[in-house]
Design a protein around this ligand. Structure first.
Ligand code: TXA
Ligand code: MG
Length: 337
């Protein structure tokens, strides 16, 4: 199959709509990361997503909607607290999980009786949902296990020859996937941290749980609440190692461990050593989140075998970046003594 890479315009958007209606899959921009989109109600189309990504069949997909009416079509119980979150954060980078109706097939939700729903703010995907009337199932547009794609080039690299169309809507504004919170649990539970922070959600909801798997590896045999938590994730080809400490500690550590194919991904600083890439100012947590996936992919293009990453903090949006990096590093952190 030849894969077309087209800038978003009236013609390419119309083409994407035709493909989606015909049960094909298309890569689309969202404000968080690119998505690999298909009609959420069409089982054959959804099957194609799992095949193209190499995604395990039990890992459910998020359904993207454009109206509140669509929410009530697919979610059985929407508690008032969730509705007020929707009012505040939708359209935007927040996914909420509810008990599901029969409108969305089990295949889309990995066999679960709940459904994850998000109303994205990116104008391209919104226009496509609105004009087509199709609710869109879309995981992040990356081969399973790789860093999520935040530019059309990233997506094209992973899916050239596998899907008919990649719509290029430029660089994603947020750069890290949506926050995922479940209302299908007794106490609202954060499954994946994101741009909408745990602190904000706790303040709005009164009480939330943070799933253990956000910062810790699963114990063997442990049951997971969100299947995505059990798979290896966000890994470039190189081995990622997290290093936590002061700027001086990182610089000395990297100087000692340098090598032709050894790279550093660190906060902006005055002195740049060879093979060092910056991913944002130490204090700018949103900038770090925005850059992390694209910089991990850049280390691949540079032929890195090992990447030492300066560890982000666990506050605010930092928790989202930390969560992704812990997974790509197998939860090991090299600490300053
Ligand atoms: O920002 C985003 O959320 C992007 C863009 C494209 O919207 N999408 C995305 O999808 O990140 P994906 O499939 O890569 O991640 C969805 C996560 C997975 O970890 C999955 O296991 C979890 O959400 N999930 C989806 N439905 C669920 C459900 N019903 N119960 C528990 N976890 C669920
Ligand atoms: Mg993903």
């Amino acid at each position: 199959m030849t894969t077309k890479l087209e800038k978003c315009n009236e013609k390419s958007i119309a083409e994407a709509i035709e493909l989606l209606k015909a049960g094909k899959i298309v890569a689309l921009p969202t404000e968080t990361v690119y998505g690999l989109a298909a009609d959420a109600k069409n089982e054959d189309a959804v099957k194609e997503i799992f095949i193209a990504k190499g995604r395990p069949q039990d890992n459910p997909l998020i359904v993207h909607i454009a109206t509140e009416k669509q929410l009530f079509e697919i979610a059985k119980e929407v508690p008032p607290k969730a509705l007020s979150l929707a009012k505040e954060y939708w359209p935007g980078p927040l996914t909420m999980i509810f008990k599901k109706t029969d409108v969305i097939p089990d295949l889309t939700t990995g066999g679960l009786d709940s459904v994850a729903v998000r109303m994205p703010s990116n104008p391209v995907i919104r226009e496509i949902i609105e004009k087509s009337g199709v609710m869109i199932a879309a995981p992040s547009a990356n081969i399973s296990g790789r860093p999520s794609g935040t530019t059309a080039r990233d997506v094209f690299e992973d899916f050239d020859g596998k899907i008919p169309l990649v719509l290029d809507g430029g660089e994603c504004k947020i750069g890290i996937e949506s926050t995922v919170i479940s209302f299908a649990t007794e106490i609202p539970t954060l499954f994946r941290p994101g741009f909408v922070t745990a602190e904000e959600l706790a303040e709005k909801l009164g009480e939330i749980k943070i799933a253990d798997a956000v910062l810790k590896p699963l114990k063997s045999g442990e049951r997971v609440q969100s299947p995505g938590m059990k798979y290896k994730h966000y890994s470039p080809k190189a081995e990622v190692k997290l290093v936590r400490g002061s700027e001086q500690f990182f610089d000395e550590f990297f100087a000692k461990n340098s090598g032709e194919k050894v790279f550093a991904l660190c906060f902006d600083r005055e002195k740049k050593q060879k093979n060092m890439l910056f991913y944002g100012a130490r204090e700018n947590l949103a900038e770090q989140a925005k850059n992390i996936f694209s910089k991990l992919r850049e280390t691949d293009r540079l032929g890195a075998e090992t990447v030492y990453v300066e560890c982000p903090c666990d506050e605010g949006v930092g928790l989202a970046t930390l969560n992704r990096l812990l997974r790509s590093a197998g939860f090991e952190v090299i600490e300053e003594e």
